[in-house]
Design a protein around this ligand. Structure first.
Ligand code: ADP
Ligand code: TRP
Length: 330
């Protein structure tokens, strides 16, 4: 029997090439070896997205991105978190097994408290219970589907530890019902830098969108920050985010050749940017065409997600029945 893998992404902005290389592509590889499940963590996005139109747009955008990037809904289960009521029932049940102290130590909450404390204001100022309870909802996402592995970025490792703690505590009290998941953290996918050299992230607004029009893509690539060395000058490939992004897309020989020309001088950043544009544009062209087609026919996306929800609930419903029986609710 194949192991079960599951992962979710929040619809919090337009997916960028960092999301693709760091999360979407490696997660989709698992389709070959695992019984794979993918979902759109829309209720997790509610901690930051407070605009109805934007929320809808981002949910469709993320669904279209998964599908355009190669997710085959015939082979895997693909659904939207908010279509699975069992996840939210399990969230409450698990919250009753979760020590508050465990959540006090969760990175995102702790970071907000630390910022407030440093600014001399009330530690919980501006923090809602959605942010505080976020790890329990994530635990329910995972535990409702009895999965074995969860591919995530390094930043999500603590959430997996919290999930395991909660599952263990439930199982100790009520019997071995919940499956303890293992995180699957891809060491070889490094952090893709953004146009300013920091980690590419929507929160830094330094991202290169994945399925943007060629015109937008070109504009963004031209905004990649470099130093002001002249064409003729020797340049440092190891401290250049343009070179670094280029190396994720170009063939090894091309990267080696560019490295030589960087060091020797005679290669301008303008030329590098044009080449990077050609590379990314070619790389995304097929996916972008599919993405545009899906975004123009949202009923197609609705149908895929509705079918996925039926398959997903067929797994979550019996699990919840067992949980309810175990706690004396049924
Ligand atoms: P963002 O930082 O843009 O808000 P998210 O936190 O929504 O991105 O990340 C979604 C997924 O994409 C996570 O699994 C995360 O590890 C991965 N990811 C995000 N940015 C990068 C990056 N710059 N390089 C590699 N992976 C990334
Ligand atoms: N918290 C994850 C992130 O920010 C998204 C997520 C929500 C998730 N539920 C999940 C990932 C369950 C894996 C499994 O990236």
């Amino acid at each position: 029997m194949k192991k079960i893998s599951l992962t979710g992404i929040k619809p919090t902005g337009k997916p960028h090439i960092g999301n693709y290389l760091g999360a979407i592509k490696p997660a989709l590889e698992l389709t070959k070896t695992h019984d794979a499940r993918y979902f759109i963590a829309d209720y997790h996005a509610l901690t930051s997205v407070r605009d109805k139109k934007l929320m809808k747009e981002q949910i469709y955008g993320l669904a279209a991105t998964w599908l355009a990037s190669g997710l085959d809904p015939e082979k895997v289960i693909f659904y939207r978190q908010s279509d699975i009521p069992e996840v939210f029932e399990l969230t409450w049940i698990l919250s009753c097994m979760t020590p508050k102290g465990l959540l006090n130590r969760a990175h995102a909450y702790k970071a907000s408290v630390d910022t407030n404390t440093e600014s001399g204001i009330d530690p919980d100022s501006g923090i809602d219970c959605g942010l505080f309870n976020y790890p329990i909802l994530m635990a329910a996402d995972i535990l409702a589907f009895s999965c074995h592995v969860v591919p995530v970025g390094q930043d999500q490792k603590q959430h997996l530890e919290i999930t395991r703690d909660i599952a263990q505590s439930f199982n100790q009290t009520f019997g071995k019902i919940l499956t303890l998941p293992e995180p699957m953290i891809q060491e070889e996918v490094k952090t893709i830098p953004g146009i300013d050299g920091r980690k590419m992230s929507k929160s830094y607004k330094n991202e290169i969108p994945l399925y943007a029009s060629p015109k937008q893509l070109k504009k963004r690539i031209n905004q990649i920050v470099t130093d002001s060395r002249e064409v003729s000058e020797s340049k440092d490939p190891d401290n250049c985010n343009l070179f670094s992004i280029y190396s994720y897309f170009a063939a090894n020989e091309a990267v080696a050749e560019k490295r030589k020309r960087y060091l020797a001088g005679g290669l301008g950043y303008g030329e590098m940017k044009s080449e990077l544009f050609e590379l990314i544009d070619t790389f995304v062209s097929e996916g972008r065409a599919r993405y545009d087609e899906l975004m123009a026919d949202r009923q197609q996306i609705d149908q895929v997600l509705a079918d996925g929800a039926v398959k997903a609930r067929a797994i979550a419903t019996p699990l919840l029945t067992r949980v309810r029986e175990a706690i004396g609710m049924q």
